[in-house]
Ligand binder design. Sequence first.
Ligand code: SF4
Length: 444
Amino acid sequence: MNATCSEQHRTACGVGGLFTALAIERCLPIMHCGPGCFGNVSATLGSMNGGQSGETYLGSVIPSTNFCEDDVVFGGTERLRKLIGECEKYYDADMFFIVDGCTAEIVGDDIGEAASEWAGSEKPVLYASLPGFKGNNVRGHEQVLSAIAEQYLKPARGTDPKQVNIFGVVPFFDPMWAGSLDALEELLTRMGLKPNIIYGRERGVANVDKIPAAGFNLVIAPWTDLSLAERLKEMFGTPYLHFDNLPIGPTETARFIRSVVDYADLDRGVAEDYIKREEDRFYYYMRRSYPWIFSCKNFPRKFIVNAASAAAVSVVRFAVNDLGLIPSRVYITDGTPKEHEDMISEQLRRVDYDEDFDVIFTEDGGLFEESIKNEDFSIRKICVFGSAWDLVPAKKYKLTFVSVAAPYGDRMVGSRTYFGYEGALRFCEDLYANAADNIVDPGI
Ligand code: SF4
């Protein structure tokens, strides 16, 4: 759908890709950008997205050349070179990652040439061009990973068939990335694999180094990082498994586990025991609340999604297959590349529901509010799975609301995740709390 203007963006500009570098412990982003660029992206990806910040390096210490008028006239690469040198002296880091924004790109500063002066130095200096005019932060994320593959990775001496690299999750952009990756790591370890994740606590550059030694790569997302997996296959011959969503709830989680177990030829008995135990536990807790959830007069029967593709596919599968809710419309707001739109539409419709429903690809998050203006929700209860932007219309029309995507809101996300069996219980808690009390501010 084409809009004449767009509002309520749910992505940051391309330079937001620096958050992917920031998610790698002890990797320091160095910005060759205007003074306002970090502030612009950190609201959507940090403060207003679950209260997140860099852990090794807080946003306030990320160095920048603060590209200004003089640099537009004379070029800013000399100042960038100096800044890299100072960073090497004063920052304790294992990797440096230069990113540039619009102004440096427009005047033609060559950050690759600046980085090349540090080729062969003990601490690698990588670079990626992330101007906002070329795309959003999801493109930026892919550029950062591509730079790691092209500029840094070397073939391994041997491979470990049990090692699996995890890709697809976009750190910071997915507000629950940290908790989800921890839970995913634990699950895959129980299945007998050695998951290798590069983002988050106690992982860092050491795990980046291990990427070429993997037995296979797992892309657990509708489309992000598929191009990286293809590239790693070309470079190192690493095969990959694509599972199209980060599963929530018993149906998708069991399907995920069985897919991985079959692909990697793992012990099926271990997996089935695990699935049975976790399903029993999940339904035990659901049964305890079932009478109240489904007798709640505000509990929705239909839902609308207004979110990034990764959140949308996960939520639609859980809401339809496990909760029995009916999809009304799905807005995909992350700027999914045109070539993936048919695939995402098909992924969204791969649920236990025979009727068709609209899937709309748009970066205009405001279209959802426009579409509900004339609807009567007094009897037909509906739920919105979206971002903090959707809280205002949800309150206005007294709709049940659960935040599932960026910008998540200024509620601390911590280690919270909707992943798997345990995460599905958190999801149901949030859904019921809001349905039962949806005229009260849910705290976002
Ligand atoms: S759009 Fe360009 S100038 Fe604006 S924040 Fe992004 S990189 Fe900086």
